[in-house]
Ligand binder design. Structure first.
Ligand code: ACO
Length: 310
């Protein structure tokens, strides 16, 4: 009966066990998980674009091979996550249709342009660094298929972060012009990276419920603070300045204090008015339309196979 099912669900969460696709879940839990996983999948797929922009112009064969591998990993993460969403009854085609119609979100961070090759390094360092901070706790998320997907994704994200940091270390050992490029890219990506963690806790509509369901394990502000604390020493080791005059160690809190985030910029970007939103969606739509013949051919092939085995 309904109360039994609900009780079972609550107990699974209570005992820190995983919810699996066969289990009954409240409709709101299903909706939340589909929303979160779909947004994450879309982010991975849209996230291929800013860095993909530099594949043909990578400065060496080695850098090109690394960048290609990284962008391919992101495609893999996206497909993997769409599969996880399908275990909840979502349809991948419909999710993509919603994305290109502007009806589902993806991370704000991928709406900023990549102006120089230093951006590739800074994306690895800051953007993938923030992604790891956010996603490592999601390996313990209550929805089994999502939590398990996060384990592999986080391993690959760690490689991405290191390749970015190594690239920046190399540039910092280079010419004055290269060091300037790294500093400029850091200046442009720092604040948008802090926005990746989402609105402040007081304005976060989903955090309380998602924490209660153990979908999220930490609040947006907790993870943002963790990221700042982790990144300041990395910036020092690299020899770049983070563009925040209010950034300083607070011995009492044992955390770094930092300046105010421009939440009006965040709102603009999330509502479709960031520097590259239109371009990102147009590119995704074109790729989807150009790929129609591949999907048709695959479906025809699958139908023939079914006929032959029947
Ligand atoms: N960019 C775009 N939208 C955002 C962002 C962001 N950086 N942060 C929050 N939002 C949206 C939320 O999706 C939500 O919108 P909705 O109600 O229309 O769905 C709204 O702002 C309010 O935010 P919250 O209540 O805080 O939402 P939530 O509890 O889902 O927390 C968060 C947001 C932290 C991003 C969470 O969904 C999450 O951890 N997701 C999984 C990780 C992920 O998607 N990462 C993508 C970027 S990393 C990468 O791909 C390399």
């Amino acid at each position: 009966t309904m109360p039994d099912l609900e009780q079972q669900f609550e107990q699974t969460i209570e005992r820190d066990q995983r919810i699996e696709p066969r289990d009954w879940v409240p409709e709101a839990y299903r909706t939340t998980m589909i929303r979160m996983i779909a947004q994450h999948a879309h982010s991975e797929i849209i996230g291929m674009q800013p860095e993909g922009n530099w594949i043909t112009r990578a400065p060496s064969l080695r850098r090109k091979a690394i960048l290609l591998a990284k962008v391919q990993d992101e495609a893999g993460h996206g497909l993997y996550l769409y599969s996880a969403a399908e275990t909840l009854g979502a349809d991948r085609g419909e999710l993509t249709a919603k994305l290109i119609a502007g009806k589902q979100k993806y991370s704000s961070i991928f709406n900023y342009p990549t102006l120089t090759f230093a951006d590739v390094g800074v994306i690895g360092w800051l953007v993938d660094g923030a992604a790891i901070c956010n996603q490592v706790p999601l390996c313990r998320s209550s929805y089994g298929p999502y939590a398990r997907a996060m384990i592999r994704i986080c391993k690959e994200e760690s490689f991405h972060q290191r390749q970015g940091y190594e690239l920046l270390m190399t540039m910092m050992r280079g010419t004055e012009e290269q060091r300037r490029m790294v500093q400029d890219a850091t200046n442009r990506w720092w604040w948008p990276s802090l926005m990746m963690f989402g609105p402040p806790d007081a304005d976060s509509s989903h955090t309380a419920q998602s924490m209660a369901w153990k979908v999220k394990r930490h609040t947006n502000d907790e993870l943002r603070q963790r990221f700042v604390d982790m990144t300041v020493p990395q910036a020092e080791a690299l020899g770049v300045t983070l563009p925040d005059p209010h950034l300083r160690w607070n011995a009492e809190r044992e955390h770094y204090d930092f300046g105010d985030i421009d939440w009006s910029e965040f709102k603009q970007v999330v509502s479709g008015n960031g520097p590259c939103n239109a371009q990102r969606i147009a590119h995704r739509r074109k790729a989807h339309e150009d790929g129609a013949w591949v999907r048709e051919a695959a479906a025809a092939h699958a139908a023939k196979l079914r006929e032959r085995t029947a």
